[in-house]
Design a binder for this molecule. Structure first.
Ligand code: SF4
Length: 460
């Protein structure tokens, strides 16, 4: 078996209990239970018969995980032969992902637009939705926010001239194919191209899911770690992908332990959407392993308050109880979360499950994303509607990841209204003007027209 996993193969991770811990093992390919059989629409999804051998061989430590009433009803309707214990097994969730038109048509009433998109399948990004996340979809409403995030529509195949495959210029800042070193003291380490569920607006749609040119295996991991070892300025490593938490525990443990042994690496981070789309993956075994590698932080990709289920709360509680600081990353998406009320519900809900809203991203101009992008003024309007009206902890930093590799640029509504003599004029959240004595300052010199513009070099 190859020691690399080619993204073109859409593989699933092996069982964590089958492999000796602490070494890189070959990434074996888990058999996918297809949903493309000839069962009629009225027949349930799921394996034809229970795989008793695999169940006994791979004990499920997560049998008692939360299951919300909606997900349970979905399980009973579409997977009636599947027990709650199997449903709560993340490997079962991965094996039974919804990946094609037939499977989608069994769980939702596809609109003409969706049907056309999934039938043509022209885009680079495959369709995959865990049964758990599928249970959150509205079966009749194609405009439902979470459904729009994971079910393709035909506009995904419309490419605007401003869109590019690598809008953030990650390739040009890559020292190795899966290691982006843009900022002096930190690197982005892309450890897998696999995700349990594919977001239709994914910034890395060029490499996740099914692109054969990107390879992620222990040879690539070794090279990246060797680069980090010989680069003493790197103090912060962000593991991302794809989704690192789809890796089996011992693969992740190997990566974290190798990185933790590097003296100049002070800080490890994981970027993931797993607690949202596959919360069952956050087993006690996983958190026991992760907590050995502190300081370890986690950025979780949340999109909409409908994602705040008991399952996700359970996963975040386990991670937070393991001492892992949790932050959220949210992409601003047209018709999904582009209003103050939705964002307020999301950010308040996140604080309740101990996740700090961290970044709100302007949607990157990847090919086929025009139906998701909002004007920048919409993001500023949302920040203005949050700041001062709710806890500061509930307000993320709104950023544009500057196309071409400029990095994250924070954006704020204008709170500096200008100057009046020695006073700086400030506008508060309610729109009222205040003075701050600032005799030595020069901020806000052009009174009446907002703050002074800095005329730095304009990069192409
Ligand atoms: S989970 Fe992240 S990497 Fe995976 S498809 Fe979604 S945005 Fe892309």
């Amino acid at each position: 078996m190859e020691d690399n996993v080619c993204l073109g193969k859409e593989v699933e991770p092996p069982n964590e209990e089958t492999e000796p811990p602490g070494r890189v093992v070959q990434l074996s390919i888990f058999p996918t239970i297809g949903l493309t059989d000839n069962r009629s629409r009225t027949q349930p999804l799921g394996p034809r018969r229970r795989n008793r051998r695999s169940e006994s061989r791979f004990p499920n430590e997560n049998a008692a995980f939360s299951i919300n009433p909606r997900a349970d009803a979905f399980r009973r309707t579409h997977f009636p032969r599947v027990s709650t214990a199997e449903w709560n097994d993340w490997r079962w969730q991965l094996r039974n992902r919804i990946q094609d038109r037939e499977a989608l048509a069994r769980i939702i009433r596809l609109s003409d637009d969706e049907l056309k998109a999934v039938t043509s399948g022209r885009g680079p990004l495959p369709v995959a939705i865990t049964p758990y996340y599928a249970s959150l979809l509205d079966c009749n409403d194609p405009s439902q926010p979470v459904r729009r995030c994971v079910v393709p529509v035909d506009r995904e195949y419309f490419h605007h001239p401003c869109e590019t495959e690598d809008p953030l210029g990650e390739e040009k800042d890559s020292q190795l194919p899966n290691l982006v070193h843009r900022y002096p003291d930190r690197v982005l380490f892309l450890v897998t191209g696999y995700c349990s569920t594919y977001c239709r607006y994914c910034t890395r749609s060029r490499m996740v899911g099914n692109r054969g040119t990107y390879r992620f295996g222990h040879r690539e991991w070794d090279r990246a770690i060797e680069y980090i070892e010989r680069t003493p300025t790197i103090r912060d490593v962000l593991l991302s992908g794809g989704d690192p938490l789809t890796l089996p525990n011992d693969h992740l443990k190997w990566l974290l332990s190798r990185l933790r042994r590097i003296p100049h690496v002070e800080f490890l981070r994981i970027g993931t959407k797993v607690p949202v789309v596959l919360p069952q993956r956050v087993t006690m075994g996983l958190v026991r392993m992760l907590k050995q590698y502190h300081p370890l932080w986690m950025s979780i990709h949340f999109t909409h308050p409908d994602e705040l289920t008991p399952e996700t709360a359970h996963a975040c509680t386990r991670l937070a109880d393991a001492g892992i600081p949790l932050g959220s990353q949210t992409v601003l998406l047209s018709g999904v979360n582009d209003n103050v009320e939705t964002m307020t519900r999301l950010f308040h809900g996140l604080l309740k499950i101990r996740v700090k809203p961290y970044y709100l991203y302007q949607c990157d101009p990847i090919p086929g994303s025009s139906h998701f992008r909002t004007p920048v003024s919409k993001g500023l309007e949302i920040i203005r509607g949050l700041r001062g009206f709710t806890s500061g902890y509930a307000v993320p930093t709104y950023v544009i990841d500057a196309p071409g590799g400029g990095g994250k640029v924070p954006l704020l509504p204008e709170y500096v209204a200008g100057r009046d003599g020695d006073d700086l004029l400030l506008r508060n959240y309610a729109g009222d003007l205040y003075r701050y004595p600032d005799p030595a300052g020069n901020t806000g010199e052009s009174a009446g027209s907002g703050f002074r513009m800095c005329s730095g070099p304009l990069k192409e």
